[in-house]
Design a protein around this ligand. Sequence first.
Ligand code: SIN
Length: 328
Amino acid sequence: MSSSRIRVLATGGTIAGSGGSAFGSGYRAGQIGIDDMLREVRSLGVEAELDPVEVASIGSQDIGWSEWDRLHSEILRAQADDSIAGVIVTHGTDTAEETAYLLDLTLDAGKPVVLVGAMRPADAVGSDGMRNFANAVRVVSDQAAGGRGVMLVMGDTVFAARDIRKAATSSVDAFRGFPRGPLARVTPTSLDWFGPPDRTGAAARFAWPDGLPRVAILIAGAGMDEKPVEALLGIGCKGIVLAGMGQGNAPARVLDALEKAAKAGVPIVRSSRVDEGLVDRNVEVDDDARGFIAARALGPAKARVLLMLLIASGMTGTAEMQATFDRP
Ligand code: SIN
């Protein structure tokens, strides 16, 4: 049965943000309720039947396990409902990367699921929220949108969850895709996919967990010693992602402390604090000898999401974990 009904799961963010002034710089995320937002969308002439559910109304810096758990079950419910064509999640851009990737790893690649946000609050001059939302409706309504995994629609561009990163703090064109670029270009009146769906019929890679373990991101800096590693282990981190220098490097004292942790059974993933590029095994750091996992194309935020899921799924072997990072 085909349908044009779209489930809209609202979580807050700048797309629902308000500053009370078109030219002010200060604002608060998650101020506008989903019913008000959809009233405005409809007044612009968007015709799809939009079916809202408010999951949260917060800035995405505060998104965590309880919102993720609710989102996941709401999306499963929508996917099982024949009257719903797909799902739009309105979300803050700061952690869209994490939510999109977590959902991507734990949902079947069936009906389209699209995250959408905004860089400017709803009442700011040049606000991008309504356009991004209209674009998201266009994507979810498209026959060719399914089977691509979770996507993000921002700035007239459609990205796959596994590729996205926020690369600018305030410009409207804030997201980049790596290692793959955009999946499509979209406007309220056009949509051009750059290739066919690549995951049609694919099952979720991971079961939804009962909870997520504490995993920290450690940013390497010049002159750093082993104390921050010891502090993270001291507060019970079950895994550490190193946002290393360059190709995931760190001062010798930091690497030695991380090696000790890896050999004691705490998985250590080497990613990079650099915006873009691969972190491969055994290039500058001897991962085989030290027992580390290389994040490959995943930046620290997405590497942390994958490591949390791996630990929650009970996986322990370094080689097994490395294989999952090799095909994010
Ligand atoms: C947030 O992530 O909730 C605030 C920033 C944004 O949405 O752009």
